[in-house]
Design a protein around this ligand. Structure first.
Ligand code: ADP
Ligand code: MG
Length: 555
């Protein structure tokens, strides 16, 4: 048996690792399973190019919890390590980076947001274990080795009698981490981080019901069999080619991703690019819902099928964070702060690629099936309108498919609307006046009056519409949005046509004086002629700009 000293000048790095990574202890399992996966994939590669004589077979990774002995085992059938490799990769590589890491991130480490996603690799095991053992046998002809370390810089290495190829990691769980000895907790972690990893992961067994043998009696129970409980789907939809997937495959992947989500998605966008960066994924437009538990489902970020986070802020433009789905990219730096992310060139490119793909998909949906697009408009408009407001490039594309519904349920693109109203809806400055209502019931009489005049009235009721109108007014020349009940409408609606008041002039004057007392705000206009279709004897209007100012202060 040989002993040696791990090459690191900090006397005992493990208390430091624990302290700095406190917020994210659970990632140890993800890291160890990632290593087991890497080791298996390396073997796959070596066998495929004929570099090794061993049979690849159907390797799996097994996770076992031994509660009585307070241990977790992670066992793979990958390439394994020789003694030299253990010394090189575990002792030197893993530990030499520690000092630098701690120096660099000592202060940043206090900000859990930064350190939270730091892939610490093998030695993240020491966040939960007081002692870690590696028993490994290389695919090459070499004796198996047993490495052991109790968290001090001392390690021991000795021969092992392991006969099967691969590596077993044994964690002796520390007193303060016994939560990880619960099956339910481990299963939760496996489903969170490893659900789509490329090598099958076994956690215990499950009972499978077999078909009844022929001639079996009715009351006879169906035979059962214990089978490996494989917790992951090694070939998730986003890793496949779009041409190999049907509509139904996308829907079932959505259910796989969000098992608690019962609404079907409206449509999907398959992302697939390998230059100048690598990114795959599937995004879904969800159906709008008020169910808060469903709103919690977010876009998930993966790296090579390993779950990283569902906080994609900075990577996906903000207006698209309402979408669902997955993004998988090894090119997103994770060990950095959010503000750094936003400034990072690669991330910027990724973000604009995603925006472009979403815009292109919407364009094609609009072109290929306008009716369907109109039906979905209510569910997708918030995302699109928000996108038009926040991203100019998206605005330019969305301007061609963004819809403006009329109070009668017709949908116009801006261009169509303009063509329809340009001849009879302009004001004295020759500006195009788009009339809209925000509440069909409350503004009913104004809407009816405007329609009688042959005006088109839109129904714009989403909360960000005041901002969007502002944006449209500044980006398109000679355009103004006017709510049907604003005083401005008078410039379009000629008074003599609408005056149908049955009151005498004297009665009108008296009523007007009374009303002026009640409506003390000088910004309002009181008009003593009612509109034809309206039963009201007078109308009180507010200037468009005044109301809009108020609304914008509220949103
Ligand atoms: P990284 O995975 O980023 O290289 P780690 O600290 O996780 O860093 O692992 C260090 C090295 O130890 C790996 O690169 C690999 O060579 C070796 N290693 C770790 N786990 C295994 C394993 N299960 N089988 C074979 N080699 C392993
Ligand atoms: Mg690793």
């Amino acid at each position: 048996m040989a002993t040696g000293k791990i090459n690191v000048s900090v006397e005992n790095i493990f208390p430091l690792i624990k302290k700095f990574l406190y917020s994210d202890h659970e990632i140890f399992l993800r890291e160890l399973i990632s290593n087991a996966t890497d080791a298996t994939l390396k073997l796959k590669h070596l066998t495929s190019i004929g570099e090794t004589k061993v049979e690849y077979g159907n390797p799996i990774i097994e996770v076992k919890v031994d509660k009585d002995n307070k241990r977790i085992h992670i066992i793979d059938q990958g390439i394994g390590m020789t003694e030299e490799e253990v010394k090189k990769y575990i002792n030197e590589v893993a530990f030499s980076g520690a000092e630098e890491f701690l120096d660099k991130y000592k202060d940043a480490g206090k900000d859990a947001g930064i350190i939270g996603h730091f892939g610490l690799g093998f030695y993240s095991a020491f966040m939960v274990a007081e002692k870690v053992e590696i028993i490994t046998k290389s695919h090459q002809k070499a004796p198996a080795v047993h490495w052991s370390c109790d968290g001090s810089p001392e390690f021991s290495i000795e021969p092992s009698n392991k006969t099967e190829r691969g590596t077993e990691i044994i964690l002796h769980i520390a007193e303060d981490s016994t939560e990880f000895l619960e099956d339910a907790r481990i299963r939760e972690l496996l489903t969170k981080y490893n659900k789509f990893m490329p090598i099958p992961i076994k956690f215990g067994t499950k009972t499978e019901t077999l078909p009844k043998p022929e001639g079996a009696k009715e009351e006879e129970p169906a035979p059962t069999k214990e089978v490996d409980d494989i917790i992951n789907n090694p070939n998730p939809a986003w890793t496949k080619q779009p041409t190999d997937l049907k509509e139904e495959d996308y829907k079932s992947f959505y259910r796989e991703l969000y098992p608690m989500q019962f609404e079907e998605p409206l449509f999907h966008i398959h992302l697939n690019v390998d230059y100048p960066f690598n990114l795959t994924g599937i995004l879904y437009f969800p159906k709008l819902t008020n169910d808060l538990s469903i709103q919690k489902d977010k876009i998930q970020l993966y790296q090579n099928q390993v779950f990283v986070t569902d906080n994609v802020e900075g990577i996906v433009p903000e207006f698209l964070t309402m979408l669902k789905g997955v993004i998988d990219s090894p090119d997103i730096p994770l060990n950095v702060s959010r503000s750094y992310l936003q400034a990072d060139g690669a991330v910027k490119k990724i973000s604009s690629y995603i925006t472009r793909k979403v815009a292109d998909k919407l364009t094609s949906l609009f072109k290929n099936n306008r009716e369907d697009f109109e039906q979905k408009w209510n569910d997708i408009k918030v995302v699109i309108e928000y996108g038009m407001l926040s991203e100019d490039k998206f605005f330019d594309k969305a301007d061609k498919f963004a819809l403006y519904p009329s109070v009668d349920g017709d949908f116009y693109t801006f261009e169509e609307l303009e063509a329809k109203i340009k001849d009879n809806q302009t004001d004295k400055d020759d500006k195009l006046v788009v009339l809209y209502a925000s509440n069909k019931e409350a503004q009913h009489s104004y809407i009816e009056a405007a329609k009688k005049k042959g005006y088109e009235v839109l129904l714009l009721d989403s909360p960000i519409v005041p901002h969007l109108m502002q944006k449209l007014e500044t980006s398109k020349e000679d355009l103004s949005f006017v709510r049907v009940d604003a005083d401005h409408v008078d410039n379009l609606i000629k008074k003599e046509d609408t005056a149908i008041s049955k009151l005498s002039d004297e009665e009108k004057d008296r009523l007007k004086a009374d009303l002026e007392k009640v409506v003390s705000d000088k910004g309002y206009t009181i008009q003593m002629e009612a509109m034809e279709s309206s039963a009201s004897p007078f109308i009180i209007t507010e200037p468009e700009f005044m109301r809009r100012m108020k609304e914008m202060q509220q949103t």
